[in-house]
Design a protein around this ligand. Sequence first.
Ligand code: ADQ
Length: 474
Amino acid sequence: MPGQVSAASRHSSFVVVANRLPVDRVNHADGSITWRTSPGGLVTALKPVMRENDGAWIGWPGSPDEKLEPFDEKGMALIPVTLSAQEVEEYYEGFSNGTLWPLYHDVIVAPEFHREWWDAYVEVNARFAELTADVADKGATAWVHDYQLQLVPAMLRQLRPDIKIGFFLHIPFPPTELFLQVPWRRQLLEGLLGADLIGFQRPGAAANFVRLVRHKLGYKTHRDRIYLPGGRTARAASYPISIDADGLEALARKPETIARAEEIRAGVGRPARVLLGVDRLDYTKGIRQRLRAFGELLRDGQCDVDEAVFIQVATPSRERVEQYRVLRNEIDRLVGRINGEQGRIGRPAIQYLHSSFPRSEMAALFTAADVMVVTPLRDGMNLVAKEYVSCRYDNKGALVLSEFAGAADELKQAFTVNPYDINGLKETLLTAMRADERDLGRRMRAMRRYIREHDVNRWARGFLADLHKEPPPD
Ligand code: ADQ
């Protein structure tokens, strides 16, 4: 694609490669545009490393056919990748979100396999790899992120064998039986193996990958090490991602946040318990299961709207993908039915919000919630669970957490649930709502200690340190 290589004038010793640039466009009334750093933990974690190394970030700005020159934002060099409307449809909505996303999340909905989508995926991955090869200094480090770019490591290695390549998968890596459905399974595995270090959220995911490499590619492996033809070795291990715990806690401690949390509670009629769900509107998040469970508790008289109100924030996402439109309609109908049957005037059972909120409002919501309900059917990590914990410096509040979220490996004192088991979910919701303060305090203190020690900064530094470590002798 023309117009991309102008970035070659910039060189950097640390390059982050991700589908999206870490900024959102702000359109002003006078027609001008500016950029605002997106609030994600990844940028927060990588900013210090980016600053120390004059880092560059390569990614798509978020709209089709946008041809932008590289620009600087808060000390980071941002290098935009142009995607045509057709590429957005085939590479992003298609192969990334219509094939890989459902396949890697336990085929909760059926993945679609289309050869044109795959072709677009290969082409876009090649574009990212070429741009990275142009930007990286000699001996630089490139850190490639997530399922949209699994071919980049091998493509980049071919172009630039001198650079250190790390890869991190933010979503689950599926069991062998499911992964084998992909017609291009060998290419995906070989693509990832271009990296020196391949990071996963959970140890089980890393083990799935190593097993596949051994059985399908026939490479020798020993624990987390993979011996590749030509004498190179790669490592596959788990690096559970985290959040900027101190930053979020500081926000939660602000008097404005505390006042806003009070307002939120008053706004839903000051029930004894406020339950909260915060998710991207995605079929992996178990939103339907949790609302059904709550609706049944009300219907069967096991609790009422004076005892508990549910605030569900569900930000619409990927709305051009059919399954996401279907889900949105389903949840709209379910919320309408529960509110119609169980709500009272001025007191809906479920307060349902589609908005995307600033961090301060998120901190206020977490502070206002007595029970945080996180019930994904499958989730790489789930940062919301960790964010809730970091906001509860008062050691109050209960976390209900699906055992299918990566976070369950670490937040062991949560009230864990199997979201497929609606009766179990109902029981756990009641237990969490009615738990005594001492029990809650004991659980929350332990989880907070863990999150404080394992924040996103430690995650990023740990991954990068291991990437540069020489492998131990056999
Ligand atoms: P997601 O699937 O997006 O991330 P999650 O980890 O929960 O899921 O992160 C969502 C983030 O968006 C959180 O920081 C949350 O606070 C924020 N958010 C959600 N709704 C919001 C709203 N309405 N307004 C503002 N902010 C909102 C993917 C994987 C996860 C993995 C992460 C990070 O699917 O499993 O944990 O990447 O690796």
